[in-house]
Design a protein around this ligand. Structure first.
Ligand code: PBG
Length: 333
């Protein structure tokens, strides 16, 4: 049937009609809010490139978590910013590490029980060199770099970090390092620690992206030399992303987290078509910052642009979204 028998505008005629036929929905319970936890007390330090996002000491983070729960947000993703860093990132797997203490504190507040607590698992915030694994110096490879990030020694420490965070009370562990074989190593370490019921949410296809820039200010995790291109994926590769996901599923991951989101919506869609695991997407720091920069200049309508960006990610196939807009969007909905 063609025009004039078919008129697609009929179903757009009123707000009620549009609502009835809407295919994709946003709800606060499908948002996850990242928290950056630092040492100290009463600290609430705004990140200059991320308006409305703060480095929070543990006491302030508990208040923030309670506010998120009151808004109906689904969960929190924890990043720790330790005062001291070393070559081995030992703060990542210390029993009294900053993230471990933050998770325990938030779990002990009854007002946060509706939140799923997710611990990002990576070494980059804890290593003095800012890389996501163990750095071995001087192999002088062909890129002219004088270092390498060693895979197999890194995954031992990453697995240890995951077990330590699960023991501190994380409901889910989310490795973001992109080493090979880490999901299998983490599963084994969790099971050895008696945490066979803790799910792994794998940042299975994480691209080496310029859009992580503001995060590295927030988490003080910029590499001190080199970049992450030997472990994070090349932004040109969709088929390779599918292979990464297949590997992680084979190693036992329970959920997927796609990252970044908006510049990689095609990758999200392809993953949704191929795999049946629950899948989230991370609207990363740069996606948030560029929208805010436009809001500040009055170039975009904040509420509409925010919701449209989130809707695009859901429509591409993500079940849930890690987003710095979680609180603002929950308030708007
Ligand atoms: C840690 C990690 C990063 C992000 C999440 N986990 C930074 C990176 O890989 O450099 C980025 C999140 C964001 O930009 O909001 N490896």
């Amino acid at each position: 049937m063609n025009f004039p028998a078919t008129r697609l505008r009929r179903l757009r005629s009123t707000a009620a009609m549009r609502s009835l036929v809407r295919e994709t929905h946003l709800q606060p319970s499908a948002f996850i809010y990242p928290l950056f936890i630092c040492e100290g007390e009463g600290v609430r330090r705004e990140i200059s490139s991320m308006p409305g996002v703060f480095n929070l000491s543990i006491d302030e983070a508990v208040k923030e978590a309670e506010a998120c729960a009151a808004l109906g947000i689904g969960g929190l993703l924890f990043f720790g910013i330790p005062d001291e860093k070393d070559e081995q990132g030992s703060g990542a797997y210390a029993t009294d590490g900053i993230t471990q203490r933050a998770i325990r504190a938030i779990k002990s507040s009854a007002a946060t029980s509706s939140l799923v607590t997710i611990a990002d698992v990576c070494l980059c915030e804890y290593t003095s060199h800012g890389h996501c694994g163990i750095v071995v110096r001087n192999p002088t490879n062909r890129d002219g770099e004088s270092f390498e990030v060693d895979n197999d020694s890194s995954i031992k420490l990453i697995a240890k970090t995951a077990a330590s965070l699960a023991e501190a009370g994380a409901d889910i562990v989310a490795p973001s390092d992109m080493m090979d074989g880490r999901i299998g190593a983490i599963r084994e370490a969790l099971d050895d620690a008696g945490k066979h019921n803790t799910p792994i949410m794998s940042y299975a296809s994480k691209f080496a992206s310029a859009f992580y820039g503001p995060f590295r200010e927030a988490a003080d995790s910029a590499p001190q030399f080199g970049d992450r291109r030997t472990y994070q994926m090349d932004g040109a590769n969709l088929r390779e992303a599918m292979r990464e996901i297949e590997q992680d599923i084979a190693e036992g991951c329970d959920m997927l987290l796609m990252k970044p989101a908006m510049p990689y919506l095609d990758v999200i869609r392809e993953a949704r078509n191929r795999f049946d695991l629950p899948m989230g997407a991370y609207q990363v720091s740069g996606e948030y910052s560029m929208l805010h920069a436009a809001f500040q200049r009055g170039w975009l309508e904040p509420e509409r642009a925010m919701l449209e960006s989130l809707l695009s990610i859901r429509r591409a196939g993500a079940d849930f979204i890690v987003t710095y807009f979680a609180k603002d969007a929950a308030k708007t909905l």
